[in-house]
Design a protein around this ligand. Sequence first.
Ligand SMILES: NC(=O)c1ccc[n+]([C@@H]2O[C@H](COP(=O)([O-])OP(=O)(O)OC[C@H]3O[C@@H](n4cnc5c(N)ncnc54)[C@H](O)[C@@H]3O)[C@@H](O)[C@H]2O)c1
Length: 266
Amino acid sequence: MAQYPELKNKSVVVTGAGRGIGLAIARRFVVEGAHVLLSDIAEGDSASLLTLAEESGTRAAYQMLDVTCREQVDAAIARAVELFGRLDCMVCNAGIGEIAPLIEASEDSFDRQMAVNAKGAFLCATAAARQMLEQGSGGRIIINASGAGKIAPGKAVPLGVYAMSKHAAVGLTKQLGAELAGDGILVNCICGGIVDTPMWDVIDRGVTERSGEPQGSFKQEAVQSIPVRRIQEPEDMANAVAFLASDEASYIAGQTLNCSGGLLPY
Ligand SMILES: NC(=O)c1ccc[n+]([C@@H]2O[C@H](COP(=O)([O-])OP(=O)(O)OC[C@H]3O[C@@H](n4cnc5c(N)ncnc54)[C@H](O)[C@@H]3O)[C@@H](O)[C@H]2O)c1
């Protein structure tokens, strides 16, 4: 059900929207009555959402986008403007994670993760900001960072380069947030915990392959450590994004919002 009437007819781009958290965020914006460009390197389940948008009288489209490529990022923003007339909200959600402690991470793995999680967020957020500055009426940029962008997961969850890249995403939020707040463009990020998406299955597989424990056991153990005692659903993240896009968040700029069921201490 729609919670924020002010989001009706807003123009939104979500990256990594083919599945997981990005798809849930895109769905939430459709439910709120916004027009949404679902961008991803793979179409995934985006078609189901295009049907929902059509049925509910909003507009949605899929755009092939690799966030590591500046030309593709610019083309995606241009497509949203062409389809919906302007850009009001950019959600930089695309991300990848690979298992290895820093001392074992290969240069290729470093480059891949930094390219998507740090450079990709930079390219998308700044391209969106330039479009919003041209429009001259503010906007919202929401970056999906991670708890691993605030605290070091350490040896227990060996997401070494991932943690570095997500700290960069938090840094991007703070700096860009400070640069743009005066223009009414509010940049914030969300930091999730253990969200039930294919990404966590990849993490579980990577960790259990290294430890020799049964597959699934690492994810189960991780979920038991969540203070609210349930795994996080992609919709929990979508709730936080919808709030940050809404009028209720009009005095929040350059911040990180933890949405982790109490897992993150600060
Ligand atoms: N799952 C979690 O527990 C969790 C927790 C905190 C933060 N996050 C962050 O949330 C975001 C979404 O994660 P998820 O769990 O839904 O992951 P996911 O792997 O289920 O989905 C990620 C999506 O990003 C797309 N993608 C990958 N590389 C891309 C690229 N170069 N360009 C465009 N799209 C690309 C994939 O095709 C996929 O559809 C990521 O940034 C992730 O780091 C996830």
